[in-house]
Design a protein around this ligand. Structure first.
Ligand code: C5P
Length: 317
């Protein structure tokens, strides 16, 4: 018990330090590649109840594109689905499998597979890691590099078949949809169209890029520190996509348990602590806030690596 407490305090201090570092880098004029402008009020999430934060997140608009979002003349329009992902869907249990190195030797495979919905990221494989990460995949959240770069073999790899795919690519902070479609960061549209055209019953959705910035604003307006002006991680995006439809959402190794290592991913040997603590994404803020909204006890969080966030359906806002 006291070891959990000790570890927890050390970890939260570490996240706090990352947040402060980012914030002071901001003052000395950090990069702003997406031209993010924020002059809203910044509040401390710790001063708000988890319910209040969840209610704010509930009213944050997170959507995937539908045909009706684009003008008739747009070349992309015919390939978009009529409905957004999970529209009118409802599930009991959902789990988000972070790709963290700490999943290695976690033995969480059976726990993960017991959920109705299993969400994974990018090219995270399950083969040969079933004991730790399970074998079931319902949905994958992909960044636009995985969809577009040759090395990931998006159109041919079995990783991206027979599941729901939700891909995201950042736009500029205040750019219009059509501007983004003309000039995405990575060209994901070519393979998007090919997938929608050639794969029977393709369930491939694109996140409306303004949703990413809505989510970023949610984070910044609840953090006293200035955050890095980059989109939230796929992990936090996944959480915001599932909360409206699940009774609860479990996250494994999103807050790193005592198994934490320097390893970035459970499925390869690359060492990079920034994957866990965040450099490019406002990861530290996401994780601190997610921990604040969690209802599992500290032994679960820090020893087993499991967080649980109650879904929006039962929320009284
Ligand atoms: O690295 P990648 O983006 O594929 O990882 C997917 C998600 O898993 C990240 O967006 C992040 O939320 C989470 N992750 C993590 N800790 C790691 C690696 C990934 O929390 N060490």
């Amino acid at each position: 018990h006291s070891r959990t407490k000790e570890y927890k305090e050390k970890l939260l201090r570490e996240f706090g330090r990352v947040l402060l570092d980012e914030s002071s880098a901001f003052k000395s004029g950090s990069e702003n590649p997406y031209n993010v402008q924020f002059d809203g009020v910044r509040q401390n999430f710790e001063d708000k109840s988890p319910q209040k934060l969840l209610c704010e997140l509930k009213t944050t608009n997170i959507n995937t594109l539908r045909r009706s979002d684009l003008p008739l003349e747009s070349y992309l329009r015919p390939y978009l689905p009529k409905r957004s992902v999970f529209e009118n869907k409802s599930f009991n249990s959902c789990v988000i499998v972070s790709s963290s190195g700490a999943l290695y030797n976690s033995n969480l495979g059976k726990f993960i597979d017991s959920h109705d919905v299993v969400l994974r990221f990018n090219n995270a494989v399950t083969k040969n890691f079933e004991k730790d990460v399970g074998r079931k995949t319902t949905v994958r959240v992909l960044n636009s590099q995985v969809v577009s770069k040759q090395q990931f073999q998006f159109l041919t790899s079995s990783l991206y078949r027979n599941i729901t795919i939700v891909a995201w690519d950042p736009s500029n902070y205040s750019s219009e949809l059509e501007e983004w479609i003309r000039k995405p960061e990575y060209n994901l549209f070519e393979n998007y169209i090919e997938h929608r055209k050639t794969i029977e019953k393709s369930r491939f959705y694109l996140v409306n890029p303004s949703s990413l910035w809505n989510l970023w604003r949610f984070l910044q307006s609840n953090s006293m520190n200035r955050l890095r002006r980059n989109p939230p991680s796929s992990g936090f995006l996944g959480l915001s996509l599932l909360l409206p439809l699940c009774e609860f959402v479990d996250l494994v190794e999103y807050i790193p348990s005592t198994r934490v290592t320097k390893r970035c991913h459970y499925y390869d040997a690359e060492e990079n602590v920034a994957c866990t603590f965040g450099v490019w994404h406002p990861l530290a803020a996401e994780k601190m806030m997610t921990y604040h909204m969690n209802i599992m006890n500290d032994t679960y969080v820090f020893q087993k690596g499991i967080l649980r966030i109650p879904g929006f359906k039962k929320l009284n806002c």
